[in-house]
Design a protein around this ligand. Structure first.
Ligand code: CMX
Length: 439
């Protein structure tokens, strides 16, 4: 069986030729136009970037290399071999990189390859231990990823004059090393910030997700299943979202994958993006506390009341709305299915269910958001809480570990295809005024 790297090496020439022909045949044709609203409105839906690994449809949601989440759950290998279990993220990585559903043997090779690459450079652990306890875990993660960069094969090869045709290889090395090292980095941040600073023991018979859980200090097989699903569904959401786009943009300067991913993680750390998963849990806990103090139960009526208080104070409802999606996020739906299977009677899950009944109506009445339905961040926190993972300030770090799988897979193809520096055009308000004098 060919290794992942050999499989990719074999794919590159055909892929390069495909893009070359596409440019020759269609390079000067128009695929989109831009309105002034889009120019000042965050470039919503402007088609101006290619992304190999996934595509987002406003109504159907995400497809990874053409596969929906339920299809991934059906087709990707599982840890137990039981098809009803959750997919292994190692298999997803193979799919994101190669476009092909891997066999069990190929997935086992990736699990081993990641384990073999997982040792951190010596200075990283003391650095993480030196962080002030009050530093946000996402800030710690971004700094730690930058600290790993001393080991960048891409940076070393570039400095030594490596030819452009070899960039993919160094990007592959860095990306795999980085994905392999993220669990220990994240677990160190977690154990130092919230616990005794001691990592749990890994087991070579276990997979990436279960070993991540062991290092974090969790030993439940059901939580291992959740971590596998969690990493899989958080990996990629096409190219225009802020963390993916930031990684792609930074990488387009031939910054190495460490510098690029750190940039993406900084984007993920914003409350309108990945930090929303922390905010959602905070919102639910506030809701519980507020109505306990008011001597009322949490039900449809009090949730509606609390939602309006949030909206009337000028804040957003975290976990609802989306820049692209116009229906319930399938990443939400699969987490709901997980809860129905593993924790149907959990109190917080019941609250999330009730919020789901109420919130689309409230947001529709509020009349601002284009999408009144829940996104991925609306559900993830209550699942983690169920397994005793209560430190919600840490949740976006888990999103970041997952997101690395998608954005680094794309970064590999950015370099293999020789995609250029990203440099869109900006204009001044004066330019716009002048333009409309004649248009
Ligand atoms: N609660 C209240 N108002 C909301 C809202 C929400 N959940 N979602 C959107 N709106 C408001 C916007 O703030 C905007 O108001 P203004 O006109 O006053 O600026 C208006 O509705 C129109 O926004 P939109 O076009 O529907 O949404 P955007 O593409 O601009 O923004 C997003 C998308 C996700 C930032 C927004 O829906 C939001 O803030 N949601 C809450 C935060 C959240 O859950 N983020 C996580 C998204 C998933 C992820 O990346 O992890």
């Amino acid at each position: 069986t060919k290794s992942l790297k050999e499989t990719l090496a074999a794919q590159i020439p055909a892929k390069q030729a495909m893009w070359k022909k596409m440019k020759q045949d269609h390079g000067s044709k128009i695929i989109d136009t831009v309105t002034l609203d889009q120019c000042i409105g965050g470039a919503r839906s402007v088609k101006c970037m290619v992304w190999e690994t996934s595509l987002l449809d406003a109504n159907e949601g995400i497809r990874f290399r053409g596969y929906t989440i339920p299809e991934l759950q059906e087709k990707l290998p599982t840890f137990s071999g039981n098809a009803a279990d959750e997919p292994l993220p190692e298999g997803l990585l193979w799919l994101l990189l190669t476009g092909e559903i891997p066999t069990y043997e190929q997935v086992a090779m990736v699990t081993k390859e990641l384990a073999d690459r997982s040792k951190l450079p010596a200075h990283v652990e003391p650095l993480i231990r030196s962080f002030p306890k009050e530093m946000h875990p996402m800030t710690q993660l971004s700094i730690a990823v930058l600290a790993l960069q001393t080991d960048s094969r891409f940076q070393q090869a570039y400095a030594a004059g490596a030819p452009k045709s070899s960039y993919w290889e160094h990007t592959y090395e860095d990306s795999l090393n980085l994905i392999a090292r993220l669990p220990e980095v994240a677990a160190l941040i977690y154990r130092c910030k919230y616990h005794d600073g001691v990592l749990g023991k890994t087991d070579p018979k276990l997979d990436y997700s279960a070993n991540f859980n062991r290092m974090l200090g969790h030993v439940s097989p059901s939580f291992d299943e959740l971590m596998r699903l969690y990493i899989t569904i958080h990996s990629d959401h096409e190219g225009g979202n802020a963390s993916a786009h930031a990684t792609h943009l930074v990488g387009s300067t031939l910054s190495d994958p460490y510098l690029a991913l750190s940039g993406g993680l900084n984007a993920l750390a914003g409350p309108l993006h990945g930090l929303a998963n922390q905010e959602v849990l905070g919102w639910i806990l506030d809701l519980q506390k507020t109505f306990k103090a008011r001597g009322k139960p949490v039900n449809e009526s009090t949730i509606r009341e609390f939602a309006w208080e949030t909206l009337n104070s000028g804040q957003v409802i975290p976990g609802y709305g989306h820049a692209v999606l116009r229906k319930t996020d399938p990443r939400y739906t699969c987490q709901r299915d997980f809860a129905l299977k593993h924790l149907p009677n959990d109190e917080l899950f019941q609250i999330v269910e009730t919020i789901y009944q109420v919130m689309p109506g409230v947001l529709t009445e509020h009349g601002k958001t284009k999408n009144p339905y829940p996104n991925v961040d609306s559900h993830s926190g209550v699942l983690l809480q169920h397994y005793g993972f209560t430190e919600h300030e840490f949740y976006t770090v888990l999103f970041g570990v997952g997101r690395a799988f998608g954005v680094l897979s794309q970064l590999f193809w950015d370099r293999a295809l020789g995609l250029p520096l990203e440099r869109p055009k900006s204009v001044t308000p004066e330019w716009i005024v002048e333009f409309f004098k004649t248009h």
